[in-house]
Design a protein around this ligand. Sequence first.
Ligand code: ADQ
Length: 456
Amino acid sequence: MSRLVVVSNRVAPVDEGKTASGGLAVAVLAALKETGGIWFGWSGEVVEAAADHPKLFNVGRLTYATLDLTAQDHDEYYNGFANRTLWPLFHYRLDLHSFTRRDYAGYLRVNSLFASKLAPLLEPDDLVWVQDYHLVPMGEALKRAGFTGRLGFFLHTPFPACEVLRALPSHADLVRSLCAYDVVGFQSHRDANSFYSYINSETTGTVTADGTVSAFGRTLRAAAFPIGVDTENVARMAEGAQRSPQTVRMQESLDDKHLIIGVDRLDYSKGLVHRFAAFERLLEAYPENRGRATFMQVAPPTRTDVPEYAEIRRELEEAAGRINGRFADIDWVPIRYLNRNVSRRALAGFFRIARIAVVTPLRDGMNLVAKEYIASQSAKNPGVLILSEFAGAAEQLTEALLVNPYDIDEMAEAMQSAMNMDVSERQNRWQAMFTTLQETDVSIWRSNFIDALRAV
Ligand code: ADQ
């Protein structure tokens, strides 16, 4: 059977006791553990002079192959083109999107470098599966480096509408690079449709009803493959964690107040400023919740070298301080704001006891926190998920309270109905979503994608 070779920007920590906060890391590790193979990518180290060969080490049937980056490569490829050009653009933030030819050249250079270091490790019948926006040109570069086998690509972020994508000066190259793969996977139908409409309107290519795309002299399959979580495992972990010292401590500290929880990387796409404002509106408009609801936001800082991330951090600190100053009482603080990682087990325990999860990104490819929250609930007394209609997860989790995250009043109203929702409605909504998660978990995501790639 063909080996699986996964390529992603970061290779997750090997030490499983450590917490990986990226959704990609969580999903890919689950996939590779099942099949064995190679996981290739950046080590996370920035060095003066990069080594000629990747560092290799084996854990069971899995080989990790990692490369270091020089400061210039890291700055142009990662901080620059990936995180200041593509990330904001793909999340519809044209106001934060910047483009320089220097960063773009760095992005292409690192993709070629990765390809030239991976190619010698490959066998012709390997299935190579490239992950995410950092590595769009990697497939083309692997072909240039002589690889002739099957190539798949999965985009974890949204794929923007055509008119937004056109703001990227190199949009035509980006889409041509995507067409070098044999299978291109998107998180949602909305994203796949944006890709089809680009092909139809900006190229001479065609798209058939089953997602076969013919463009730039190639034929490929492009479709939605919504990523999932390890549903049963998260459920088991949450059930066990509810008796853990951390969860018990949290429960006691709540003193019978309802916990509203938010867990996100500290990123402007996650809608945290709007979410804080909505909680403030809840306390203003429905004063009975003062002293009755505690909102805990866990948001570990990421991409701290990118200035926009320092700005969002400052805004949130200010908002939390203002809201707490305005409403806190001697025995109750409205917002608990934690800027750090929490172990997966502790998170599962917190999800389990949280009456409400607020997952309200302004844009999100999928959002695994929404799925982890649902997987963590008890069937008898489940909590309520408030979910942004702009998260990919909203296509599947239609029984959540779906909100437009730009509408602060609507979010506050959703929090109010969640606070007062009776148990039978909570059970019905939760049961439907939990069944969806069982039918679409991470192993099904992985096998659907790999089957599509094998079928090429
Ligand atoms: P992210 O933007 O990182 O992922 P998300 O899907 O929510 O967003 O995944 C975050 C993961 O990190 C979750 O598993 C969560 O539990 C974990 N996590 C977050 N904060 C944490 C904390 N403080 N401590 C510990 N763990 C924490 C990108 C895309 C998403 C897409 C995923 C997967 O932006 O849209 O769903 O990839 O494809």
